[in-house]
Design a binder for this molecule. Structure first.
Ligand code: GAR
Length: 209
């Protein structure tokens, strides 16, 4: 399976994907922010990188069209949003329908959008986590592939909670890609994802920390 990974910053999820030595080819890493540390990380690992600066485009549609053209040069089987922080146009999402997955730092459908950890703390939830899902036009919705749950501790700050969730992200994103590359993710008509040929030991929920 050939993948293109989109990032916007640090790239720790990208790093986790690379460290997992998955049976996939990461053909390119693209960031909408030229200064993203994840680009340096990818370059050091010998992966083709591109910075496509969204501030240089007059609108979202033009930027996404350029991004699509860049991605499609690589003819990937899938595109992974690994900390990609731009809202996508419907045209982009539809173009990669069924070939686009995202990691989001909450237990969706709770806390779509940004500032998920601060919002989880403000709501007083006892369980927080992260979700890997197929991307559909509705922001941070779409068929759920795998989730990780982490406890929220009484003394948590947004940063301490984010760190606990991030460690879980680094487990579930490689896992989701491994299943995807093996052709084991079946999206049912009702929008739920089945894991084909799962044995009893395989869980699409990780309880972490
Ligand atoms: C991760 O926590 C990821 O879940 C989140 O951005 C962070 C990127 O970290 N993504 C989103 O919020 C997408 N809406 P990383 O660059 O170190 O992987």
């Amino acid at each position: 399976m050939k993948l293109v990974v989109l990032i916007s910053g640090r790239g720790s999820n990208l790093n986790a994907i690379l460290d997992a030595a998955l049976p996939v080819e990461i053909a390119a890493v693209i960031s909408n922010r030229p200064t993203a540390d994840g680009l340096t990380l990818a370059r050091r690992r010998g992966i083709a990188t591109h910075a496509l600066d969204h501030t240089q485009y007059p609108n979202r549609a033009d930027f996404d069209a350029a991004l699509m053209a860049l991605i499609d040069n690589y003819q990937p089987d899938g595109v992974v949003l690994a900390g990609y922080m731009r809202i996508l146009t419907d045209a982009f999402v539809e173009h990669y329908s069924g070939r686009l997955i995202n990691i989001h730092p909450s237990l969706l459908p709770s806390f779509p959008g940004i500032h998920t950890h601060a919002r989880a703390l403000a709501e007083g939830v006892r369980v927080h986590g992260c979700t890997v899902h197929f991307v559909t036009p509705q922001l941070d919705h779409g068929p759920i592939i795998v989730q990780a749950a982490v406890p929220v501790r009484a003394d948590d700050t947004p940063d301490s909670l984010a760190a606990r969730v991030l460690a879980a992200e680094h487990q579930v994103l490689p896992q989701a890609i491994r299943w995807w590359a093996a052709g084991r993710l079946v999206v049912q008509n009702d929008g739920r994802v089945n894991l084909r040929d799962a044995d009893g030991s395989e869980q699409a929920l990780l309880i972490y920390g």
